[in-house]
Design a protein around this ligand. Structure first.
Ligand code: DX5
Ligand code: ZN
Length: 224
């Protein structure tokens, strides 16, 4: 199980300290949320912050683009240092084209599905995808509650990925904590994004380790 701390919940006045902390605690990658105030009702950070984060960590950097027309900014985010670029299926008319564009830029390509979006059509872009992100909250804000009705969707996605000819990460984002991490892992996710449950804790390093332990513990259906 891989853990991707979401910097949205970190203290932006001392980002370096927060990043060092989760890096030392064994974070597998960093998750950076880019919001444009149009695709989602909130604005967060952009290219200069990705550049700055790139300079202070060696962890893989994934950029979650919650912006309309992501195709306009793929190369800029790649140049800024994104290793993986995640685009929403709902945010572009040409998902196939933008995924190919991300691959051509040299980054890993990821497709993201909002809670109300079905996985229909995924088979036609699967060969262009290194990662699928299933949202378990409506994107735009940290600290929201996990939508349990997404568990069947995570299972369905895991089935679609199982037959893929190349390995594809199945990531989940939104409301991941000690209670929801085990059910998400059970459903088949192998990467968990966590913002407030890590950076909102008094001891983010310990929170990260506990989250990983909770997600990797064998579960016993029926005892939950
Ligand atoms: C929400 C973002 C998430 C957010 C998750 O739109 O995509 O990455 O930071 O935050 P938590 O873990 O607090 O739900
Ligand atoms: Zn995110």
């Amino acid at each position: 199980m891989q853990i991707a701390p979401s910097l949205l919940a970190a203290d932006f006045a001392c980002l370096q300290r927060s990043i060092q902390c989760v890096e030392e605690a064994g974070a597998d990658r960093l998750h950076l949320d880019v919001m444009d105030g149009r695709f989602v009702p909130n604005i967060s950070v952009g290219i200069p912050v990705v550049e700055a984060v790139r300079r202070i960590t060696r962890l893989p950097l994934e950029v979650h683009l919650m912006i309309v027309e992501p195709e306009k900014y793929v190369e800029a985010f790649r140049r800024a240092g994104a290793d993986t670029i995640l685009v929403h299926a709902e945010a572009t008319f040409h998902l196939h084209r933008v995924l190919a564009q991300i691959r051509a830029s040299g980054a890993r390509a990821g497709v993201v599905y909002n809670p109300a979006t079905p996985l229909a059509g995924f088979e036609y872009v699967r060969h262009l995808v290194d990662q699928v992100l299933v949202m378990t909250v409506n994107p735009g804000f940290g600290g929201q509650s996990f939508l349990e009705e997404m568990l069947p969707k995570i299972r369905e996605c895991a089935r679609l990925l199982r037959d893929a000819p190349h390995p594809i990460d199945l990531e989940v984002d939104g409301g991941i904590d000690l209670r929801t991490a085990p059910m998400t892992a059970d459903a088949g996710a192998n990467v968990l994004v966590a913002g407030s449950s890590i950076f909102g804790s008094e001891d983010p390093a310990r929170a990260l380790r506990e989250l990983r332990r909770a997600a990797t513990r064998p579960s016993f259906p029926g005892l939950a």
